[in-house]
Design a protein around this ligand. Sequence first.
Ligand SMILES: CC(=O)SCCNC(=O)CCNC(=O)[C@H](O)C(C)(C)COP(=O)(O)OP(=O)(O)OC[C@H]1O[C@@H](n2cnc3c(N)ncnc32)[C@H](O)[C@@H]1OP(=O)(O)O
Length: 511
Amino acid sequence: MAISSTVGIDDFSIYLPQLYLPIEKLAEKRNIPYSKLKDGLGLEQMALADAREDTATMAANAVLDLMHKNDLDPCTVGRIYLGTESALDGAKPTATYVLEMLSDHFADAYGPNCFLHCDVVDLTFACIGGVDALQNCLEWTAAREDRIGIVVASDRAKYEMGSTGEYTQGAGAVAMLVRQSPRLLAIDPDFGVATRPTHDFFKPKRKVSKQDIIREVIDLLPDLSAEDYSLGELEDKLTNGSTTTGVLDCNERFLTIHKDTPVFDGPYSNESYQARIREALMDYRRRRGQQPGRLSEEYAALAFHLPYAYQARRMFSEIYMEELKAQRQWEAFTERNQLDVPCADDYEDREQYLNKCGEFLRSVTKTEDYRRFVESHLAPGDWASSRVGNLYSGSVFLSLMAILEAAHHSDEDLSGQDLLVLAYGSGSKAKVFGATVQPGWREVTAGFDLQLRLNNRQEIDYDTYEKLHRCILPDNVTEHEQGTFFLADVHDSHDETEGVRHYGYAANVLA
Ligand SMILES: CC(=O)SCCNC(=O)CCNC(=O)[C@H](O)C(C)(C)COP(=O)(O)OP(=O)(O)OC[C@H]1O[C@@H](n2cnc3c(N)ncnc32)[C@H](O)[C@@H]1OP(=O)(O)O
């Protein structure tokens, strides 16, 4: 069912950090079989932000590329909405730093006030903030033909070292141009949505005892004896050399700190992802008057939020089963694949029955039929994630870019075909929407250069990764890439303007 909308995404730009760590090196260090990470979760490389890259520089770099590619006059851009869960400040939107960098950059050519009337804001809802920003800007753009908006999703997915989230880390930003009569994707204004408050993944301000802080300082700086430090001195050590990004409050016994790594429950977050996506899909179908059972025919491919590359492959089995049931092909499927469907009557214990159902759904993913569905509908959207890792808010857009670029490289014609987008944010909410590929898609997609960008990065070793993770490198590992923004400095705690950030631009000598 082609979508009749006249608003959508005209172009994408992606910014990926220059650095990556091969997952094999992390697996070796953590004593995890590489085959589990590669074949089980689809992980090959992890994109890593350099010492002078943050949410704002990555977003600004993606937007700058989008503006150059499309020859956009800054005075015509009415909005830059940022989806992120790695905001740099609790009150001042990270989008204002993005705007500052762009304003400085374009000032000579367009005047110092070229972005004065541009509306900017951050939207935060874990990994789905970028989709919220997109939906909002689509509605705004639909009202007037001359409106041009930019949505950018930028994040650094960082987990504690040694945790089960560590191998799913990543970083980067995806920017998109939103306008009427888009050349790339027309987007259906009816978004399916499902929201339920959960604690599957969150980043609270934590109260940490002085003893715990001392332990962390000793662990980080083993050559120092920390016992005699005052809280103020400990605060310095923490802000200068640990995973802790800021100390907000202190008294005699506790420091309230803001960590940039989440508290999460992996299996619960997967359950929540699976349930919200299914509920949002049902809502989408209800709004569109669609019946289940024709998903494979109705959509050329599915783009998912991918916290790791094989998330969609592992989480889609229940919907796949429901599709087969709606097509009346379920019995034939289970017989052909010799699957024993668990029956509740055979189990006295409900927990045992539910575990069996979980195992059964996993066995569905191992069938030849499911593998074929993966190859045709899911794999086109997950190949890039294998080489980047989790982009949080940008991940679902990376999946869309991957589908388009894969089709372009394989000479497939997607024009007029529909794609289904399934996004999730912990906490928790899912949104599902449809997009119709436009006739101009091939020319626009040719400018993504996704694979080229992935091939032209620099590999780093484990020790460098660990230093970057602990934030103890004073400067970038690579030289500032020409034509990109970088973090110049942050005012420290001795300064009255503590936390103010300054950015620079490495001029492109060829420009
Ligand atoms: C942030 C969000 O978007 S919320 C939704 C997702 N949640 C997260 O990303 C939170 C952070 N991540 C995590 O907690 C974890 O990385 C998880 C939950 C995603 C994965 O958990 P893990 O304990 O690492 O993996 P798990 O034990 O489930 O195994 C993963 C796969 O590897 C497979 N595997 C295990 N060992 C091997 C091996 N040696 N060779 C091949 N495959 C293997 C498993 O069979 C399983 O695949 P299957 O279920 O398809 O059969």
